[in-house]
Design a protein around this ligand. Structure first.
Ligand SMILES: Nc1nc2c([nH]c(=O)n2[C@H]2C[C@H](O)[C@@H](COP(=O)(O)OP(=O)(O)OP(=O)(O)O)O2)c(=O)[nH]1
Length: 310
């Protein structure tokens, strides 16, 4: 079956809510909810199709759209390749011309159903924040790291990786248990680096795989959230093929912890992520100040070790 290219828009409001539209009667899958968008016409790029569709469907002009993820799905009538963009600024009031209804939704609390079947993983990805904080208790000490974690959670951190390869195991478990409790008290998700048993024992939300572990795996480990560290396209594609939830790609810049390892730069990053079905964070010498560049390069956001705890 011919592959149909589609541009789809995740319209985001500053409070994090996103827009869905309900498919009209007489279309295929009537009554199902979808992201605004439509087919890419011959001669158009997905971004051009996005701009045109939002003008036609909603009467708005896109001011800022960031390439996000690409998902394929086979329906009975079509094999579609959906190019998702996160749209963060637009001009004009929403005036819908094609849907039966529109609804703003909070990630993780969708109140409308059913969704078009291709969109499940997209809704899950919408739970991911812009910033991923990575612990370093082995460097700064357990007490200090827990204090910094508590402060960062109070300031809004919602995704945390416990990365403590150097700790001996009893201390590591003790730290992980305390960190998970702090994260869960604030509604943040927490992934344990590398150690599946530890992740399970301390009730973490998932596992973050180092690249070597990722490349050795045959299938996705059974956790709600599974992420991986990647350094090149091959590793990113493996993470995507295994159906992981997100990846971290770096180093973006040369860092103190990896001296001599040249950074990808935003151009290098942007060249590696197109077409992937999973969101990718940039890591290595980046912080919150880099978010705008990260989005422009197709990133979900930024991940940081030291910069997370300032
Ligand atoms: N707009 C949009 N389309 C989606 C989503 N998820 C999903 O599987 N699709 C599929 C449904 C359609 O096969 C295709 C979108 O094409 P479309 O909206 O132009 O077309 P359609 O098939 O309803 O209509 P037509 O042009 O054939 O009359 O992508 C989504 O979230 N938004």
């Amino acid at each position: 079956m011919k592959l149909t290219q589609v541009a789809a828009a995740v319209l985001l409001r500053p409070d994090g809510s996103f827009l869905l539209g309900q498919r009209a009667p007489e279309t295929f899958y009537p009554g199902y909810w979808e992201f605004p968008g439509g087919k890419v016409e011959p001669g158009e790029t997905p971004r051009q199709a996005l701009d045109r569709e939002l003008e036609e469907e909603l009467g708005i002009r896109v001011l800022a759209a960031h390439p996000w993820i690409v998902r394929e799905h086979r329906y009975e009538h079509a094999h579609v390749r959906l190019h998702f963009f996160r749209v963060t600024a637009w001009l004009g009031e929403l005036r819908d011309h094609v849907h039966s209804a529109l609804a703003w939704q909070i990630p993780g609390q969708a109140s409308v159903a059913p969704m078009l079947p291709a969109n499940g993983p997209v809704l899950k990805a919408l739970n991911l924040p812009d910033f991923y904080g990575i612990t370093q208790a082995a460097q700064v000490g357990v007490e200090h790291q827990l204090l910094q974690l508590e402060q960062a959670l109070a300031a809004g951190l919602r995704l945390v990786q416990l990365r403590e390869p150097a700790r001996e195991s009893a201390r590591r478990a003790e730290f992980a248990r305390a960190a998970v409790a702090l994260c869960h008290a604030e509604g943040a998700r927490v992934l344990v680096n590398g150690d599946l048993e530890l992740a399970r024992a301390v009730g973490a939300d998932g596992i973050h795989l180092p690249a070597r572990q990722l490349m050795a795996l045959e299938k996705r480990p059974p956790f709600e959230w599974v992420a991986a560290s990647c350094h090149d396209r091959e590793e990113l594609e493996r993470a995507d093929d295994l159906g992981l939830d997100f990846a971290v790609l770096g180093p973006l810049r040369e860092t103190a912890t990896h001296p001599g390892q040249p950074g990808l730069g935003w151009e290098g990053f942007a060249a590696l992520v197109p077409g992937l079905g999973l969101p990718v964070y940039a890591l290595g010498g980046v912080g919150r100040d880099d978010l705008t560049s990260a989005w422009a390069a197709g990133a979900q956001g930024v991940a940081a070790i030291r910069a997370a705890w300032k």
